[in-house]
Design a protein around this ligand. Sequence first.
Ligand code: PMP
Length: 353
Amino acid sequence: MTLSQRILNLRPYVPGEQPQDKKYLKLNTNENPYPPSPKVQDFLRKFDFEKLRLYPDPLCTKIRQRLSEKYGIAPEQVFVSNGSDEVLSFCFYAFFDSTQGRLLFPEVTYSFYPVYCDYYGIAYEKVPLDGSFAVDLRSFLRRHDSCGIIFANPNAPTGTCLNLHDITLLLENYPRTNVVVIDEAYVDFGGASAIPLLRDFSNLLIVRTFSKSLSLAGLRLGFAVGRKDLIQALFATKDAFNSYPVNTLTQLIGEVALSDEDYYSSVTKRIIATRDRFSKKLLDLSWNVLPSKANFVFASKKGVPGKEVYFKLKELGILVRHFDEEMTRDFVRITIGKNEDMDRLLQALKDLF
Ligand code: PMP
């Protein structure tokens, strides 16, 4: 059997594990520990299955309308697809072209970015973090001949957050001909969204997800907001790949979820409170904990390799995530669960280390 050269060279992304051998406390993929809005449950109970007979709306018109109202922009400024991973993948295809230079992203960031670069043949350069493990946007401006920039804010897996002042400085000093993508998957947990900057910067595109703060990781729904020409480019990319990446049920559930801001803001507040409480307790146990504005923390303990923390916790039925790369080796990334989940983890860490 002959495989393509492409597939032989491919290095796929590895998602967080989902072992089935026993029941684990899953603190490894940044899922929300609380259920989706009760309105989603009501909707599902009453859903008319006849609706599945027809193809979904390829433009996701209604959900884009709702998102445009929420963010005070035009519906033509919103693109919706099958999870923000797919939106990101389309961004890499549509905006970044190595003949113009290398794509820049932080040295430590979402590990899917280099995978998409390889997939689409985009050359890239990783820009070092500053001394406190934060993204240093000033060093992005010192690089010349780039074809674009992508970074996550808050960053993953570190959880650190950039302020709008620094992001504005970057955008003011970066060529308007190159697209800057900000991946705001975790922004609802205390970060500052760059959506208000869309008015001033035509080359800015922001990617968001329903997987984290809206507790719908299983649904696969993500979106991008930006100028109309960038959104049109994303639609062209999607339509060259799949007319219907967002199924009917997903579009309808997404709409329902957007109608329950009160529920989600109370859940988000709870997660933030748990994160801050957990971080403090971990610091009290002499762990190093990076300041997080996400629904996870990145933490290390002097003299204990991250891998050992990961394996010992797994034996106790608790999953956290370890990234075995030079800069991240000492750390584990811990998703924030409910208070009782974090208490169980704290007790395990106390007993083990
Ligand atoms: N961006 C970042 C920074 C992430 O950590 C994740 C979750 N793995 C995603 C995007 C993708 O989220 P989803 O595809 O579930 O929308």
